[in-house]
Design a protein around this ligand. Structure first.
Ligand code: ATP
Length: 140
């Protein structure tokens, strides 16, 4: 399968650079898969698990949250707000963040802005748990 050059740079710094067969990631308009020779394209990234298929055909997963995806002249750049490879995800931290967000959302007096923030935090934790191979509905 043809490959192309992918660069992933998050707010924390460079996360990946190399030849890949494809990347699948969640954008604000749904899941998008970029193959070699994709037409020029730019979109905002949502929150989800990204799947990178390396040049040798192996898949690597990452939690990919926010930012931009750009395809220009065959160069593919993913510029996420946060990016964590599955093996780097601190599962206990994500479980704790999920529990804190769920606790906060039980508060009936929470104003709209605080509710939106807590929901986003909960969703980030769920994405991290899902990306690390955990079943967010069946944690122990
Ligand atoms: P927390 O409450 O645990 O900080 P959060 O969703 O508020 O979670 P973010 O603001 O999205 O955290 O991320 C802050 C930084 O911490 C980023 O660099 C992100 O990659 C990292 N990070 C957050 N949660 C985890 C995790 N469970 N495992 C590894 N890195 C994480």
């Amino acid at each position: 399968m043809s490959t192309y050059h992918l660069q992933v740079v998050s707010l924390d710094g460079p996360e990946f650079e190399g030849e890949v067969q494809k990347i699948l990631l969640r954008t604000i308009d749904g899941d998008v898969e970029i193959l070699a020779r994709h037409t020029d394209f730019c979109t905002a990234i949502g929150m989800g698990t990204a799947k990178v298929t390396m040049a040798d055909g192996t898949d690597k997963k990452a939690a990919c949250i926010g930012g931009m995806l750009s395809v220009m002249n065959g160069e593919v750049r993913v510029l996420p707000t946060t990016w964590e490879w599955a093996e780097d995800i601190d599962v206990e931290r994500a479980k704790a963040a999920k529990a804190r967000a769920e606790e906060r959302l039980k508060d009936q007096m929470l104003d709209k802005e605080a509710r939106v923030r807590a929901e986003a935090k909960l969703y980030r934790a769920l994405v991290r748990l899902g990306s690390s191979g955990q079943d967010p509905n069946n944690l122990n």
